[in-house]
Design a protein around this ligand. Structure first.
Ligand SMILES: NC(=O)C[C@H](N)C(=O)O
Length: 333
C-alpha cells in the first residue's frame, strides 16, 4: 500500500553514455555509449523506489549524436501518449548528452501537458570511477515525481541542478558540470528533495501552440556556420537541398561575412527562411543590428543557439507561415 501511494514515473530510455560501458573503471572518456538496457539501469538503482514507482521502456539505444528527426518524432509521440494516461504522473527520458538540449527543447515545444518531463544523461559511463549517471537519474526521477515540477516545462537534471530544457546547453565536454544556462538553473536536487528558485517565462508545453499529435514529420532545416575566410560553398549546397529554413550560426552578434550576405539573399529568394543565430555560446541576437533584417526579410534567433534554433524552426515550419509569424515565434518560445 505504501508503494502504490508513490507517484508513477515512466522512464523512456534512448541510449547515450548513461547507458554506456567501458572496459575498466579508469575509462571515463573511452567507452561505448548505448549498451546497457533500461531494465539493467533500473535494477542497479533500487533507491528509485524511495521516490516513485518506476517502469522502464526502451525507445531506442543510440548515442545522441546520431539522433534524427525520426527519433525525435517517435520519442515525442510516446511521451504524448503516456502523459495522457491517468496512471502516469511523470516522465523521465534518459539520453546521450551531445544532443540532449535539442531533445529537451523539442519536447518542451510539442507536448501538451503540465506533468513533469525530465531529460537526463551522464558524462561518464556507469562502469567508471565516480560515475555520475546513477545520481543524475535518481534526481530526474525525484523531480518527475514532484508536484512542484508541474507546469515548469521540460526539465534537465545534471550535476545536482534542475535546468530548463529550453535554456540549458552542453557547455563543456569531459567534465561532469557540463550543462549550463546563461539564465541560471531553476533549482537544485539534494538527497531527492527539490529546491526551486525560479521558473521559465517563455511559452512551453500546455501554453504551446504546437502539438505533436497534429503533425507527423518535422520541417527540414540546416545550419551553416560563420568563421574567418568562410566561402559560400556549403551555403549554396545546403540552399539546393530542399530545406524550409537555414540557420546561420554567425560570428559575434550574429554577424555575416560580406561575401555571405548575397548567398543568404539567394537562399531567401528561393522561399527558404533565413534565421540569424550566433556561434557565441551566450548573449542574444538583436533584430536589425549587424544586418538589416527588415530589408532582407530575415528572422533573428533571439537567445537560441544554432542547434536550438533548428529545433524551433523545424517545429514551427510544420505549419505554413511568413517571416513575421516566424519571428513572433522566435520571440515567444
Ligand atoms: N555523454 C554522452 O552521453 C555523450 C554521448 N556521445 C552521447 O551523446 O550519446
Amino acid at each position: 500500500a505504501a508503494q502504490s501511494a508513490k507517484p508513477n514515473v515512466v522512464i523512456l530510455a534512448t541510449g547515450g553514455t548513461i547507458a554506456g560501458a567501458g572496459a575498466s573503471a579508469l575509462n571515463s572518456a573511452t567507452y561505448a555509449a548505448a549498451k546497457v538496457p533500461v531494465d539493467k539501469l533500473l535494477a542497479g538503482l533500487p533507491e528509485l523506489a524511495n521516490v516513485a514507482n518506476v517502469k522502464g521502456e526502451q525507445v531506442s539505444q543510440i548515442a545522441s549524436e546520431s539522433f534524427t528527426n525520426d527519433n525525435l518524432m517517435k520519442l515525442g509521440k510516446r511521451v504524448s501518449a503516456l502523459v495522457k494516461q491517468a496512471d502516469v504522473d511523470g516522465i523521465v527520458v534518459t539520453h546521450g548528452t551531445d544532443t540532449l538540449e535539442e531533445t529537451a527543447y523539442f519536447l518542451n515545444l510539442v507536448i501538451r501537458t503540465s506533468k513533469p518531463i525530465v531529460v537526463v544523461g551522464s558524462m561518464r559511463p556507469g562502469t567508471a570511477l565516480s560515475a555520475d549517471g546513477a545520481l543524475n537519474l535518481y534526481d530526474a526521477v525525484s523531480v518527475a515525481a514532484s508536484k512542484d515540477a508541474a507546469g515548469k516545462g521540460v526539465l534537465v537534471t545534471m550535476n545536482d541542478e534542475i535546468q530548463s530544457g529550453r535554456d540549458v546547453t552542453k557547455k563543456t565536454n569531459i567534465k561532469t558540470e557540463a550543462f549550463k544556462s546563461q539564465w541560471g538553473p531553476l533549482g537544485m536536487v539534494v538527497e531527492g528533495n527539490n529546491y526551486w528558485f525560479r521558473a521559465p517565462v517563455k511559452r512551453h508545453t500546455l501554453q504551446s501552440e504546437f502539438n505533436i499529435d497534429e503533425f507527423e514529420a518535422l520541417a527540414p532545416v540546416e545550419i551553416v556556420y560563420g568563421y574567418g575566410n568562410v566561402s559560400r560553398t556549403a551555403l549554396d549546397a545546403v540552399g539546393k537541398s530542399g530545406i524550409k529554413a537555414l540557420i546561420h550560426g554567425g560570428t559575434g552578434n550574429g554577424s555575416v561575412a560580406d561575401r555571405i550576405v548575397p548567398a543568404l539573399q539567394d537562399v531567401r529568394a528561393k522561399g527558404i527562411q533565413v534565421i540569424r543565430s550566433s556561434r557565441v555560446p551566450d548573449g542574444f541576437v538583436l533584430r536589425n543590428a549587424e544586418q538589416p533584417d527588415d530589408k532582407y526579410d530575415w528572422v533573428v534567433a533571439h537567445d537560441l543557439n544554432p542547434q536550438k534554433a533548428r529545433i524551433l524552426a523545424a517545429v514551427a515550419l510544420t505549419k505554413p507561415m511568413d517571416s513575421k509569424e516566424l519571428q513572433r515565434i522566435f520571440w515567444q518560445y
